[in-house]
Structure formats: structure tokens, C-alpha cells
Design a binder for this molecule. Structure first.
Ligand code: PLP
Length: 386
């Protein structure tokens, strides 16, 4: 069959490929510990599941408006206004099946062929993939271990040219767990205003924070509301990856364009899922806090464990549920070590290069797995490295 040329420019997310390889090994009887996929192992809180079931019985089984059901758009605007300290209204919200379509839609809607887009590297692979797909030029913004995987603002300034249309930031970040401080974010906002950049601010992990660190959205700084799209969602915060529910908050003039892309692809997000989401935001938040507490324990276990393995050095991240250890001391490339750990040790993880060229020398482990499995994985890695 003929495959269109444009498909050559589209990338992918290696996590899903590694998952398939790991499952194939399991089918052959091998015991694998899964530290590759970025999803909480917890069940969706019971009250959210009940709200979804009730919504099905109440008839939320039909098409809804493309930008989302009014009850969810209102709940999102209110929740995000109070959480971020910014005044959003529901007309700025577009609900999508997961947060990912916001990346796709916003880049399609705002970036022309030949424009430059600056994006974090190592970073979520779909940014670079979609930038290439629309014929724009991806400009990697290196996140370095020496700088705790934060943006080096002076380096960022040097990357901006008259062709730069958009800047993508992600805090806390996948794959490093690194954060942007309030001061970093303020300086980035000043650059965005000075150079008239659109900012796609991926804040999907912004409730998964440790050691008292507080998230500051770039939308809180002067001149940012009119140029920023916040990407957020329910997958990580409420352990709802399979429900497919996310959203963007954006300048009102962009909403009809993103809604039009939705009409051309998904039509709308599943109605009963949206009702469950509204309940997630307005209901008790106790279980989110409990998940974060458990993630803190796991973060410490995996960071301490990896730092005890010869050849590994692991920064202690302040957010998300990933660690990104430096493995250059093992003498292996990231890809070779990731393959070795899967095939020989039965530990599935991702090569740092799955997140861009600046990920060479690192592996990504997701610690969204039980503390027992993390302990077992560490022991297996230690033995196989020895
Ligand atoms: N942004 C980042 C940085 C992510 O890591 C992910 C998922 O892994 C997403 C967005 C999209 O998540 P979803 O589409 O499940 O909401």
C-alpha cells in the first residue's frame, strides 16, 4: 500500500515499543519488572469510577460540544484558577481525549512550515515528532544534569531567532523529573514577551511534587496569558491514563481553531468520561495527596538504590515519577544498557535517547511501580552490572 511521504517525518514514543518487547518476553515465560511506562500503578479513585458509571446510566453516552461539556469546562476553569492563582474562564478551555492531542492541535494551529520551535531535550518525544510533522524546524533546548535538568535561560536566549514561533516548556519534566524554579519561569516569561513567542506549557505533572516544592505556572507572569497554552490532564494526577482525558487552557481566540481540529479528528471527548473528570476536580483530593506521598517513598528508594550501583549516578528529582540516572560510568551507551537490562536482568526501562539526542548517557526509570518491585529491580540491575 502507498504510504504518504509525510509519515516519514512523524516520530513515536518508544515507551510503547519497549512495552511490546517486554510483553513478548513475558509471553515466553520471562519475569519482567516494568519501569518503562509512565503511568501510575494505582487504581483510579473509587468516587471517580462511580461518577463515570453513574454518568453512563444517566445517559451521557452521546456526542457533546467539540470543546467539551460546559460542566467540565467550568470545573476546569475554577479548579485551575484557584490552583494556579490566575483568573481563567471556561471559554478558554478545550477538553481532549488525553493531554496529548493538545500538543498536536496547538502546534498544527499555531506553527507554520519553516517556523522554528524550541523544545526541551531530553524531553517528551512527541514535541519533536509533531514539530517535524508540520514542516517546522525543531530547535533542541538542552536540559543538563549539571543544571539539575532545568532550563539554562542564557542558553535559551541564544537559541531564539526571528523565526522562533513557539517555545515548549515542561515542568515538572518527563523524562528527568526536573523542575523550573519561580525565578527560571519568570526569566523565560520575560524572553517570551520580548521575542513575541507562543508558549506551550506542559504542566501535566504539576501536582506530583516533592519536598515542599511549589509549582508556579508561567501564566502568572505579566504578558503571558495572551500567549500561553497550558496543557494538563487527568492521566497522571488521578491515575486515569486509560480514560483518555486532558485539556488545554488558551487564549480565547485560539479555542475555535483547536475545536475545529477536534471536529476534524475526534469530534469530542467521551461524554461520560468528562462527567467523571468534573467529579475528580470537585471531589475530595485526599487520594492525590496519598499517591504523591507514596511516590516520594519510591523516589527515595530508587534514587538511593541507583546511587549505590557502580557506574550509576542519579539526581534526586523534585517532581513527576521518573528518575534519569547518568550511566556513563558503566561504559555502555544508553541503548545498549537499556537492551541489556531488559534481556539479561528482566528490567524494562527506556534509553535516554528515546527523549532526544541530549539523553545519551542516561536511562529513564518510571517509579510508578510498587516499592517491592523497585527493590527487586535494583537488585537485578546491581547483579547484572556486576
Ligand atoms: N505530557 C507529558 C510530558 C507526558 O509525559 C505525557 C504522557 O506521558 C503527556 C503529556 C500526555 O498524557 P495523556 O495524553 O495521557 O494525558
Amino acid at each position: 500500500m502507498h504510504i504518504a511521504k509525510r509519515m516519514k517525518t512523524l516520530g513515536t514514543e518508544t515507551a510503547f515499543e519497549v512495552l511490546v518487547r517486554a510483553r513478548a518476553l513475558e509471553a515466553k515465560g520471562k519475569d519482567i519488572i516494568h519501569l518503562e511506562i509512565g503511568e501510575p500503578d494505582f487504581d483510579t479513585p473509587g468516587f471517580i469510577r462511580s461518577a463515570g458509571k453513574k454518568a453512563l446510566d444517566d445517559g451521557f453516552t452521546h456526542y457533546g460540544p467539540a470543546p467539551g461539556l460546559p460542566e467540565l469546562r467550568k470545573a476546569i476553569a475554577e479548579h485551575m484558577s484557584s490552583r494556579l492563582g490566575v483568573d481563567f474562564n471556561q471559554d478558554q478551555v478545550v477538553v481532549t481525549p488525553g493531554g496529548k492531542p493538545i500538543m498536536f492541535f496547538v502546534i498544527l494551529a499555531c506553527v507554520d512550515e519553516g517556523d522554528e520551535v524550541i523544545y526541551p531535550n531530553p524531553g517528551f518525544p512527541i514535541y519533536e515528532s509533531v514539530i517535524n510533522f508540520v514542516g517546522a524546524k525543531p530547535i533542541p533546548m538542552p536540559l543538563r544534569e549539571a543544571n539539575e535538568f532545568r532550563v539554562d535561560v542564557r542558553e535559551l536566549e541564544r537559541l531564539i531567532t526571528p523565526k522562533t514561533r513557539m517555545l515548549i516548556i515542561n515542568t515538572p519534566g518527563n523524562p528527568t523529573g526536573g523542575i523550573l524554579t519561580k525565578e527560571d519561569t519568570k526569566k523565560i516569561a520575560e524572553l517570551a514577551v520580548k521575542h513575541d513567542l507562543i508558549v506551550l506549557s506542559d504542566e501535566i505533572y504539576s501536582r506530583i511534587l516533592y519536598d515542599g516544592f511549589e509549582h508556579v505556572s508561567i501564566t502568572t507572569f505579566p504578558g503571558m496569558l495572551e500567549r500561553t497554552i497550558i496543557l494538563d490532564g487527568f492521566s497522571k494526577t488521578f491515575a486515569m491514563t486509560g480514560w483518555r482525558l486532558g485539556f488545554g487552557i488558551m487564549p480565547e481566540e485560539l479555542v475555535p481553531k483547536v475545536a475545529q481540529l477536534q471536529i476534524n479528528s475526534n469530534s469530542c471527548t467521551a461524554s461520560f468520561v468528562q462527567i467523571a473528570g468534573a467529579n475528580a476536580l470537585t471531589g475530595p483530593q485526599k487520594e492525590v495527596d496519598e499517591m504523591v506521598k507514596e511516590f516520594t517513598r519510591r523516589r527515595d528508594a530508587i534514587v538511593d538504590g541507583l546511587n549505590g550501583i557502580p557506574g550509576f549516578h542519579c539526581h534526586r528529582p523534585l517532581g513527576a515519577f521518573y528518575v534519569f540516572p547518568n550511566i556513563t560510568g558503566t561504559g555502555k551507551t544508553s541503548r545498549a544498557l537499556a537492551d541489556h537490562l531488559l534481556d539479561q536482568a528482566g528490567v524494562a526501562c527506556l534509553s535516554g535517547t528515546a527523549f532526544g539526542a541530549y539523553g545519551e548517557g542516561y536511562l529513564r526509570f518510571s517509579y510508578a511501580n510498587s516499592i517491592e518491585n523497585i527493590g527487586k529491580a535494583l537488585e537485578r540491575i546491581r547483579r547484572s552490572i556486576a
